[in-house]
Write a protein that binds this ligand. Structure first.
Ligand SMILES: N[C@@H](CCC(=O)N[C@@H](CS)C(=O)NCC(=O)O)C(=O)O
Length: 208
């Protein structure tokens, strides 16, 4: 059985889990005690030298990093629907996956992380980066339903988590109706499962 080392608050791990679910690949989730630093212990560092989730163990084939996991799963278990084999479309999907480790991670993701873990980081530049990214995809999604091609791909799955959780980093999604409709289209998929919500940022304000 495939194992996915994960954590319920991790959007990076969430995109790996969504990929497994979208591909209908049976798997076990193994929650790593990040607060207890289990990810920095020798047994976990043997799986991922950077000591982070997610890590996939496909019967001895160990893959770390969410983008690598998604690509591996796509190439191994997908028929080309979620990870197109046409080189140009494949490249477009990987371009979006690269954004997950770029502006999504250091904008929306970092703002959410700062609120959840009260890191004391200045939120303003993180939120500005997040809004710039949202402005770009709001514009793109005004003329298309999905980030690449005419149907859902790993590009959409990859970008989902930290955009959906933007309010936890203090970024309101109300000015982004096309992004919100795109999130709703992903959430309507039969295999969808949400990232655990956290009552911080704008979600704290709503629930207070
Ligand atoms: N680029 C990596 C980032 C992984 C990452 O930042 N994982 C976080 C959880 S979201 C983690 O394990 N943090 C614990 C640590 O760094 O000690 C990926 O996409 O897999």
């Amino acid at each position: 059985m495939i194992k996915l080392y994960t954590h319920p608050l991790s959007g990076n791990a969430h995109r790996a889990e969504l990929t497994l679910r979208a591909l209908n690949v049976p798997h076990d989730l193994i929650v790593v005690d990040l607060a207890g630093k289990a990810q920095k212990q020798p047994d976990f560092l043997a799986l991922n030298p950077f000591g982070q989730v997610p890590v996939l163990d496909d019967n001895g084939t160990v893959i770390w990093d969410s983008v690598a996991i998604m690509t591996y799963l796509g190439l191994t278990y997908d028929d080309g629907a979620l990870l197109p084999r046409d080189p140009a479309l494949f490249a477009q999907v990987t371009a979006w996956l690269a954004k997950t480790a770029g502006p999504i991670a250091y904008g929306l993701g970092a703002a959410r992380r700062a609120n959840i873990f009260r890191t004391g980081q200045d939120l303003e530049p993180l939120i500005r980066t997040g809004r710039e990214f949202l402005d770009t995809i709001e514009n793109l999604l005004s003329t298309r339903d999905w980030l690449v091609g005419s149907h859902l791909t790993l590009a959409d799955i990859g970008c989902y988590a930290y955009i959906a959780a933007a309010p936890e980093g203090g970024v309101d999604l109300a000015p982004y109706p096309h992004v919100t409709a795109w999130l709703n289209r992903i959430e309507a998929q039969a295999w969808f499962t949400p990232l655990a919500p956290v009552a911080v940022g704008l979600r704290a304000a709503v629930s207070a």
